[in-house]
Design a binder for this molecule. Structure first.
Ligand code: GDP
Length: 453
């Protein structure tokens, strides 16, 4: 998957013109290859963590004036010799320098190959390597915080400790297998039960944290729906009021649509394909219209808005009943509060229904707070461990399954079956941190990285 005898090279900064570009070399010959094209000092005689100014030359031709930063193994990101060349950010210069380095013996890095080497050389565990990708992709404060926490190893440390405790039990049970004829019990079943309960508690909490972790990492798909003239567009504008200048249009990640992103306290609420929603909800009287329903089914939050001055209670009930979907939280918002009589307003206050005026922008903050709390049920204190990765979720779920098999068999099955179930749980736990890996798994993870990472 990566031959660490080879020295790899790639642009580490985004492609395209910029003030500077950083080209990264990693591998045993990184320093000698960089030195072979460098006019300035002899790089092979310099210390680690130093920066050197000079020119990159191709024969007699000077390509650029650059800074070369040296990191001598193992004190680098990949734990190999690394040189980072900061050159001027012209596509032509960058390409010429990379071509030259390849001519001198380096090879183009594959996607994620730098981080793969960091993992293989023990610099990062697997969940930390994945956190690097998340950190680079982070587009909100909350997602950056979660990725950073994972990168620091918070959650793999926790799993590692659990795994070690389980390993101890596994070896005691193995020991019992060796003495099978004598019918001895080295592994105290009550203690084992206690440990498994304890481990399960942590695992279940991690599994449950995925919902929030996923919300933080990927945002919340949100649909605003309601009858024509309920005030959907006006509400959208009111909600996006301040953000518009900062995040106006973010290209959709799943389809080629434009999404409006509403950021509330660091969480991104993606208002999906709003043009489509507007169009589709025009037919909301004929509820059951497939497209609207499809959009709602794909979202986790539905903000249903109605004209409180016009809609009858029966119509309201009918709308609500037909829009409800399992797994989709519905927020009901009465609009056009400004048109209501004081008496009706009072009735609303009593009923705890959220009523706003999208036009006058009243109670928009209350609505935002409700939207936020629909996704973030408990206060975030910034220290909790959240999982955000579907691969981790699956491994944790499988761990939980094998642990419950251990529990249900603990008093009845023989040591060899117990041992098998415990081993399986250990395997799945190990998959998360990378103690247990396969080439396919690594390929799958690192191929999702960009080249240069
Ligand atoms: P949509 O069809 O659901 O997108 O509704 P619009 O946002 O286009 O609003 C329909 C009409 O209702 C427009 O004339 C808006 O100005 C008006 N409107 C929206 N919100 C309010 C509100 O809170 N109070 C009042 N009085 N009018 C509103």
């Amino acid at each position: 998957m990566t031959n660490t005898e080879e020295t790899i090279v790639a642009l580490a900064t985004p492609a395209g013109a910029g003030a500077i570009g950083v080209i990264r070399l990693s591998g045993p010959d990184a320093i000698s290859i960089a030195n072979s094209v460098f006019k300035g000092k002899d790089l092979t005689k310099q210390q680690s963590h130093t920066i050197h100014f000079g020119s990159v030359i191709d024969g007699n031709l000077s390509l650029d004036e650059v800074l070369m930063a040296l990191f001598i193994a193992p004190r680098s990101y990949t734990k190999e010799n690394v040189v980072e060349i900061s050159c001027h950010g012209s596509t032509y210069i960058i390409e010429s320098i990379i071509k030259l380095l390849i001519k001198q013996g380096a090879r183009s890095a594959k996607a994620g190959e730098f981080t793969l080497r960091a993992f293989l050389n023990g610099q990062l565990d697997l969940s930390q390597a994945e956190a690097v990708a998340d950190l680079i992709a982070a587009n909100s404060k909350a997602s950056q915080q979660v990725a950073l926490q994972q990168l620091r190893g918070g959650f793999s440390n926790q799993l590692q400790i659990l795994r070690e405790q389980l390993v101890q039990f596994a070896s005691l049970i193995e020991l019992e297998l060796d003495f099978a004829e004598e019918d001895v019990e080295f592994a105290n079943r009550d203690q084992l039960k206690k440990l498994i309960f304890e481990i399960n508690k942590v695992i279940v909490a991690l599994i449950q944290s995925f919902e929030l972790g996923n919300v933080i990492k990927n945002g919340v798909n949100t649909v605003i729906a309601g009858r024509p003239n309920a005030g959907k567009s006006t509400l959208l504008n009111a909600l996006l009021n301040e953000e518009r200048a900062i995040v106006s249009h973010i290209p959709g990640t799943t389809r080629d649509t434009i999404e409006e992103v509403l950021n509330i306290n660091g969480i991104n609420f993606r208002l999906i394909d709003t043009a489509g929603i507007r169009e589709a909800t025009d037919a909301i009287e004929k509820i059951g219209v497939e497209r609207t329903m499809e959009k709602i089914a794909q979202s986790s939050l539905l903000v249903y808005i109605y004209d409180a001055d016009q809609l009858t209670d029966e119509e309201l009930e009918a709308d609500i009943a037909s829009l409800q979907r399992p797994g989709v939280t519905m927020l009901i918002v009465a609009n056009k509060a400004d048109l209501l009589s004081d008496q009706t307003k009072e009735a609303f206050l009593q009923s705890a229904t959220l009523f706003i005026s999208a036009k006058d922008k009243t109670h928009i903050d209350d609505l935002k707070s409700k939207i936020y709390h629909s996704a973030v049920k408990n206060q975030l204190d910034g220290n909790e461990t959240l999982i955000t990765n579907i691969r981790h979720l699956e491994a944790l779920q499988r761990t939980e399954e094998s642990l419950s098999r251990v529990l249900s068999g603990i008093d009845s099955v023989t040591s060899d079956f117990l041992s098998m179930d415990i081993k399986q749980a250990l395997h799945y736990l190990g998959e998360i941190t990378g103690v247990v890996t396969t080439d396919d798994l690594l390929d799958n993870i690192f191929s999702k990285f960009c080249i240069g990472k």
